[in-house]
Ligand binder design. Structure first.
Ligand SMILES: *[C@@H]1O[C@H](CO)[C@@H](O)[C@H](O)[C@H]1NC(C)=O
Ligand SMILES: *[C@@H]1O[C@H](CO)[C@@H](O)[C@H](O)[C@H]1NC(C)=O
Ligand SMILES: *[C@@H]1O[C@H](CO)[C@@H](O)[C@H](O)[C@H]1NC(C)=O
Length: 336
């Protein structure tokens, strides 16, 4: 007899492994606003590429998702580290010259058939959490802790050595394009500051869909989840550089940023709300927004549009939710 927990675990693991697929095709990359090709297309195709990936659902989401993948690999590397490295390697091969990886990989007709049109184009200004570092961190620290056989450890370090240049360029993409107005701050870029159809403009790039949620997006924002992702990525790069014995000025930069982002006082100053004792995002925000029906008599239609009843102000955005847990989950809170 198998315990209930074990049978749930077996079902989850086999669904995850059964969802691994191999795709081939070309992503569609949005051109900047106002640009189009001669034939009217508002995108250019990415290069034809292959992706080996664990999809979230074979029947409903038969495509690769950058941020889901890191979580999938947390499980899969324990099953078979070689499959994990193969999958992560495929993702790193999709990096462009700027260090950007398209977030949703809609490769081939099967994948495309399941995607609503509005989500097909990929925007080179938009990121997605660098979750692959979750699995890479485990692999790197597994070597430190002698968790693998000599042969396996050898293969993993060869992989990390070969991946290092791309990981660095991916990291640099975040460090330059998603940085905030003040040093050491980060925010998810690409939020829609013009929409009137949402209470708080949704931000799929964060992976969380309903965070960040400052009501009036602008570049004063700083997002606590992204700060924590940067801490994870920085520490992971630092640890890989450490055991590869790399020690150039680049590695010194990683050490420096890692110390900066680990600073508990700075974290608290930027994100801790004293009243509730919770970690929040910061941005231009008001709680007094609502959706109201508007009639357009000429067009004979009704629309739900946003009304702002109070001027937004720069402040911590008072919503306790998963972003509040990030400093804890990512180990940014020192043990007492
Ligand atoms: C919205 O963002 C664009 C691009 O960053 C900027 O040019 C524009 O001034 C912003 N509009 C408002 C209302 O903040
Ligand atoms: C991240 O960007 C900042 C600001 O440009 C730079 O000073 C720092 O060296 C960068 N960190 C790394 C690890 O590249
Ligand atoms: C906050 O948003 C409002 C409305 O878009 C804008 O008028 C105001 O300048 C913004 N405040 C700051 C400090 O950016």
């Amino acid at each position: 007899i198998v315990s209930k927990e074990l049978s749930v675990g077996r079902a989850a693991l086999s669904s995850l492994l059964g969802g691994i697929g191999y795709f081939y095709g070309q992503s569609k990359i949005a051109l900047p606003k106002g640009f189009s090709q001669k034939n009217g297309d508002k995108y250019i195709p990415y290069w034809p590429a292959a992706l080996y990936t664990a999809v979230p659902s074979r029947s409903f989401f038969p495509r690769g998702f950058l941020w889901d993948e890191g979580f999938h690999q947390l499980v899969i590397w324990r099953w078979d580290a070689h499959i994990s490295m193969d999958i992560i390697g495929h993702w790193l091969d999709l990096i462009n010259a700027d260090g950007w990886i398209p977030r949703e990989q809609i490769l081939g007709a099967e994948a495309l058939s399941k995607v609503p049109e509005e989500f097909v184009l990929q925007y080179p200004s938009n990121g997605n959490p660098p979750t692959l570092f979750l699995a890479l961190r485990d692999l790197a620290s597994g070597i430190h802790a002698h968790q693998f056989s000599d042969e396996e450890a050898e293969k993993i370090s060869t992989f990390l050595k070969r991946a290092y240049v791309r990981l660095n360029s991916w990291f640099q993409w975040f460090n330059s394009t998603q940085s905030g107005k003040y040093e050491g701050t980060f925010f998810w870029h690409g939020r829609d500051n013009m929409t009137t159809r949402e209470l708080n403009p949704k931000t799929l790039t964060s992976g969380l869909d309903d965070y960040p949620r400052a009501s009036h997006p602008n570049d004063e924002e700083r997002h606590v989840d992204l700060r924590c992702w940067m801490l994870l990525a920085t520490n992971c790069m630092r640890s890989i550089a450490g055991f590869l014995k790399m020690d150039s000025s680049l590695e010194k930069d990683y050490y420096k940023l890692s110390d900066q982002l680990s600073d508990f006082e700075t974290l608290n100053k930027m994100h801790l709300d004293d009243k509730t004792g919770a970690y929040f995002d910061f941005g231009n925000h008001t709680e007094k927004v609502r959706l109201r029906w508007y009639e357009d008599r000429e067009a004979m239609k009704r629309e739900l549009l946003r009304e702002t009843l109070e001027a937004p102000q720069l402040q911590l955005v008072p919503h306790v939710g998963y972003v509040s847990l990030f400093p804890f989950m990512m180990g940014a809170i020192p043990p007492v």
